[in-house]
Design a protein. Structure first.
Ligand SMILES: NC(=O)C1=CN([C@@H]2O[C@H](COP(=O)(O)OP(=O)(O)OC[C@H]3O[C@@H](n4cnc5c(N)ncnc54)[C@H](O)[C@@H]3O)[C@@H](O)[C@H]2O)C=CC1
Ligand SMILES: O=C(O)[C@@H]1CCC=N1
Length: 271
């Protein structure tokens, strides 16, 4: 991939997942600058060889790509001083949930090239999933750069309609947390059945990894078929799945994902 000078505005959890993922793939550390007011966060990045700064405006002057990675709640305050900079030749990538490209254009009026991305933290281990949306005027070469950047830390999909970003947030941005919760609950249940925590974790993590790998390796097989292959009639799995069904697990998951979408839509009008 092409290498450009990238300034990250915000060096929190998601920026760390992307930056560390990029470094792992050989992206030159000297071409990455991370801006964060928190010294501890800056130290974490400088220990990996990146540039760091506590001065957002200064750090973006020479950058070719500005990656906005602050919380949506403070995006407007963070962008206000940045808007003094001429963005017309820069690429702006925002990973903030619920901040539309229209809102970003209003916050940074000179920015012509804005790409919105919804990544997720497995980028840290090169297994990220990111949805990308670019406004019509973004040149192909810049779209390609954004695609290469996110592809370096996982898989990507392009969205034709920006409104689909809400569903992508429910399906990938937030979804690692659902799986972590599921694994947490399984580990806890096993510990309560008297397994030691390490063994419980090993059972859960390896089963999750194996299940995901089977899904990947069998793209033609419906997920329901993979489930049925584990489920012997009158057996142990059927007993477990019956409880999920009794408790309306499928409906609960749907409601949780709808709540995610609804919050993302609300955030669009709030911030
Ligand atoms: N954490 C996740 O899994 C995902 C997060 N996102 C989006 O990424 C963005 C960041 O989220 P997280 O990394 O989770 O949050 P975070 O709270 O871990 O990181 C935000 C960072 O911004 C820094 N910050 C605060 N004020 C600043 C300023 N004026 N200038 C520069 N940096 C400043 C904070 O010190 C903090 O390190 C959010 O907009 C979120 O919607 C998107 C997808 C997944
Ligand atoms: O919880 C959030 O709002 C962010 C966006 C997706 C994942 N974390």
């Amino acid at each position: 991939m092409q290498h450009k000078l990238i300034s990250f505005i915000g060096g929190g959890n998601m920026a760390q997942a992307i930056v560390f993922g990029l470094l792992k793939q050989g992206y030159p550390a000297e071409l990455i600058c991370v801006c964060d007011p928190n010294q501890h966060r800056r130290d974490l990045f400088s220990a990996q060889g990146t540039q760091v700064s506590d001065d957002n405006v200064k750090a973006i002057q020479d950058a070719e790509v500005i990656l906005l990675a602050v919380k949506p709640q403070i995006m407007a305050d963070v962008c206000a001083p940045l808007s003094a900079v001429d963005f017309s030749n820069k690429l702006v990538i925002s990973i903030a949930a619920g901040i539309s490209t229209a809102r970003l254009t209003a916050l940074l009026p000179s920015a012509k090239n804005i790409i919105r991305v919804m990544p997720n933290t497995p980028a840290l281990v090169s297994q990220g999933m990111a949805g990308l949306f670019a406004t019509e005027q973004v040149p192909t070469a810049l779209k390609q750069f954004a695609q290469d950047l996110l592809s370096a830390v996982g898989k990507i999909c392009w969205l034709e309609q920006e409104q689909d970003m809400h569903s992508v947030t429910a399906g990938s941005g937030s979804s690692p947390a659902y799986f972590f919760l599921f694994m947490e609950a399984m580990q806890q249940a096993l510990v309560e059945m008297d397994l030691d925590p390490q063994t419980a974790r090993l059972l859960v993590q390896q089963s999750a990894l194996g299940a995901a790998q089977m899904v990947i390796d069998n793209p033609q097989t419906a997920l329901s078929a993979l489930r049925e292959n584990v489920t012997s009639k009158g057996g142990t799995t059927a007993a477990a799945l019956a409880v999920f069904e009794q408790k309306n697990m499928t409906q609960t998951i749907k409601q949780a994902m709808q709540a995610c979408v609804q919050r993302s839509q609300e955030m669009e009008s709030l911030f």
